[in-house]
Design a protein around this ligand. Structure first.
Ligand code: 3PG
Length: 213
């Protein structure tokens, strides 16, 4: 088992970190880790995102840091140069997958249809992001996909929260869930990192109820 796999087996939740400032990104990441979440996805949605990613990757903390919202092969290369240990994309792009695979880094492209799942399989992937999970059919859709594609694992994101995390994680086909509910913008803007830690702890407790896989 890789470090990423064993961390996700233990705490199958991937929080999104979106920040304009590396110091804020670091504080958010440390608040999450304090709550037990050490697999972090830094999303490329701000002008400073690459700088934030590099700052978190440079920490000597016990983390696995990846990059999300990676939309192009160029961005995939940029995040790997900054130390990303996995790549997440909202959709399935051959070139993004290719850059990650060439560099031997796990990649989780987003899918929402059976055809996209088949395309991902044909690219040699065994884990995909299911996005946007709530709009793409949520738990019933994942059950249907899971019954057809028994050799694949899914990472639902998009509309996941503490309210439905347990239901998603109850599915055998779900490796982990991701989302932004763990890093509320208003709390972070107010410097209320205790709330980030509280949300992380809550997610860890919900996940613990399903046991390690
Ligand atoms: C993602 O990139 O995974 C999504 O933006 C997460 O969706 P959420 O904000 O509803 O958690």
């Amino acid at each position: 088992m890789t470090d990423l796999q064993s961390r996700l087996a233990n705490a199958p939740v991937v929080p999104l970190v979106q920040a304009d400032d590396p110091e804020v990104a670091i504080a958010t990441t440390r608040a999450l880790a304090e709550g037990g979440l050490t697999v972090i996805e830094v999303v490329l949605r701000t002008p400073a995102a690459l700088e934030c990613l590099a700052a978190i990757c440079a920490l000597d903390d016990d983390l696995v840091v990846g990059a999300g919202t990676v939309l192009s092969a160029a961005q995939a290369s940029e995040v790997l140069e900054r130390g990303a240990q996995f790549v997440v994309s909202p959709g399935l792009d051959d070139a993004v997958v290719g850059v990650a695979q060439y560099n031997d880094v796990p990649v989780f492209p987003g899918v929402m249809t059976p055809s996209e799942v088949m395309k991902a399989r044909s690219l040699g992937l065994n884990t995909v992001k299911f996005f946007p999970a709530s709009i793409a059919g949520g738990i019933p859709a994942l059950k249907a996909l899971g019954s057809v594609f028994g050799d694949l694992k899914f990472m639902p994101t998009g509309g996941v929260s503490a309210a439905n995390l347990g239901e998603f994680l109850a599915l055998d086909s779900v490796l982990a869930c991701g989302g932004s509910w763990l890093t509320p913008k208003t709390d972070i803007a107010a410097g209320n990192y205790d709330e980030v830690t509280r949300l992380a702890r809550e997610a860890v407790a919900i996940a613990a109820a399903r046991g390690e896989r």
